[in-house]
Design a protein around this ligand. Structure first.
Ligand code: NAG
Ligand code: NAG
Ligand code: NAG
Length: 487
């Protein structure tokens, strides 16, 4: 039975960390011949217009939203423009998009062109029931990995830390995750009692995932089985691991004016170094460390004598947009000396991460363990030094240490007391040619091969991620063929 409906709706929450993977997935589906409608609020759509490749046919569609109507500052439609304690307000405000979202679907249905499926954010649990009012297939897409989201989900529905005196606990419905510590919870979870505003939001949102028809994860089956199994068991719904989604595929969302020279400087530096001899350090675009932590890290780099590229931002508490003051925030003469010795490169704010990780001179990556960074590192066989800071990064780091065996955690968040001597020892351990360093590099290379296999597609062979994508795209057609009644 031919079905030519190739329209897919994409609907992410208003945060860069959500919009970017949704956009990358949109472009991947577009390449497969699908017709994408990408829904978001006006200012986010305006920003997307600037980064969408000019040849793309992805249709950007605004839903009306005015932040002032929700007690938010004017023109705040993205978590990027809000301090962390206001993110909750944007989440609550996002539930007001429900009627507009319903209108969009109703319009398509009455025009005789219902979409094949809706791909929505995990913060938009409510969208599943609305989509089903029209008998349309609905999936939740997570840019995070399975393990990380499973720990997050389980922590919110169980609040297991509430009864822990020692600060240590296990997740009652996810014991495979092992021992957890209160220091691995985000601030909103630490204070969650079940009656606080965040808990109330999650009590509505998380169970509503059950109304969906399945889950898409930006991960690979072979690496993330434990986390993916949690969702299969919990919801009894299909879970498709379709990653890694190519985040470089959309034009330069983060490439600034100086990115060309920055890239050349980094590559020149790397070209002058032996294989696996450079430590790359970056805590992502949203995070920074404290002034003291920065000082300790610099001292560790100084005494270890390892080569490095360090993407720096002003320390916590300083305006993130001010110039980086090396004389003040780094040890005296540190920058001058490492530059003279051509031993290290201090890069402000942005570095060409994928190019750096792809270079054979890079031996390890000190990272906040945001899922995109983890995938970028593993795709190139680079082991990690974990320094998780927020959200599900703590669980990503845990997974990389305990399940994948490619990471040593060096610190946790900004309250962690970092000592330069400990850092030096760990850096040397991971960068060493023997022992633990060698073992981790070997495992990282195995995972790199695993990822290549998962995404490989040729005559007579389909990797697991390719297969999962095909199955997902078939699923709405199967649903239509087996049910005649709208649910
Ligand atoms: C894509 O979807 C839009 C909006 O529904 C529609 O106007 C257009 O004809 C579709 N294109 C294809 C190739 O299906
Ligand atoms: C949003 O609402 C405020 C207050 O009602 C109004 O002043 C402002 O013009 C609105 N903004 C837009 C873009 O419509
Ligand atoms: C990702 O996309 C970029 C830009 O289009 C391309 O150069 C690169 O080869 C792609 N990577 C993979 C792994 O397909």
């Amino acid at each position: 039975m031919a079905d030519n409906n190739k329209n897919i709706i994409m609907f992410p929450f208003m945060a860069q960390g959500h919009i970017i993977p949704f956009l990358a997935l949109s472009l991947q589906l577009e390449q497969k011949g699908y017709n994408i409608t990408f829904i978001n609020t006006p200012l986010n759509i305006a920003n997307l217009r600037r980064v969408l490749p000019p040849t793309s046919t992805v249709r950007l569609l605004e839903v009306p939203f005015n932040s002032s109507d929700h007690g938010l500052p004017p023109n705040c439609e993205n978590t990027d423009s809000l301090p962390p304690y206001r993110i909750y307000d944007l989440l609550v405000a996002s539930t007001s998009l429900k009627p507009a979202f319903r209108n969009i679907l109703a319009g398509m249905v009455s025009a005789g062109a219902p979409p094949l499926c809706v791909v929505a954010d995990f913060f938009f649990g409510w969208s599943a029931a609305v989509t089903h009012e029209f008998g349309i297939f609905h999936v939740i897409f997570s840019g995070s990995g399975g393990f990380g989201l499973a720990c997050y989900f389980s922590s919110w529905i169980n609040l297991p830390h509430k009864n822990s005196v020692s600060g240590e606990f296990t997740l009652p419905d996810f014991p495979e995750a092992g021992k957890m510590q209160v220091t691995q919870l985000t601030p909103s979870l630490v204070v969650a009692t079940g009656d606080d505003p965040w808990s109330k939001f999650q009590k509505q949102n998380l169970p509503a995932w059950q109304n969906s028809d399945g889950f898409l994860f930006n991960t690979i089956e072979e690496l993330d089985k434990v986390g993916l199994s949690y969702f299969r068991r919990k919801f009894g719904l299909p879970v498709w691991a379709i990653g890694p989604i190519n985040l470089s595929a959309h034009g330069g969302a983060q490439t600034g004016k100086n990115s060309r020279t920055e890239t050349e400087t980094c590559l020149q530096f790397l070209n002058s170094k032996p294989p696996s001899s450079v430590l790359y350090i970056s805590f992502g675009s949203q995070n920074t460390i404290t002034a003291n932590q920065m000082m300790q890290l610099a001292k560790a780099l100084d005494t270890s004598k390892k080569n490095f590229i360090w993407v720096v931002r002003p320390p916590l508490g300083c305006d993130i947009n001010t110039e980086f003051r090396a004389e003040e925030w780094l040890p005296e003469n540190f920058k001058k000396q490492i530059e003279e010795e051509n031993r290290g490169l201090i890069v402000e704010k942005w570095a060409p991460q994928v190019e750096i990780l792809s270079h054979e001179s890079v031996g390890a990556f000190m990272s906040h363990c945001g899922w995109n960074s983890v995938l970028e590192s593993l795709s190139r066989g680079v082991p990690l030094l974990g320094w998780p800071m927020a959200a599900e990064q703590f669980y990503n780091s845990k997974m990389m240490v305990e399940i994948a065996g490619v990471c040593v955690e060096v610190a946790r968040g900004v309250d962690f007391e970092v000592r330069s001597e400990d850092l030096r020892v760990t850096i040397e351990e991971v960068m060493s040619e023997n022992g633990k360093g060698k073992e981790m590099r070997k495992k990282a290379l195995e995972i790199k091969k695993m990822i290549e296999e998962a995404t490989r597609s040729e005559e007579g062979f389909k990797g697991s991620s390719v297969e999962a994508m095909d199955e997902f795209l078939q699923a709405p057609l199967l649903m239509k063929n087996t049910t005649t009644i709208h649910r």
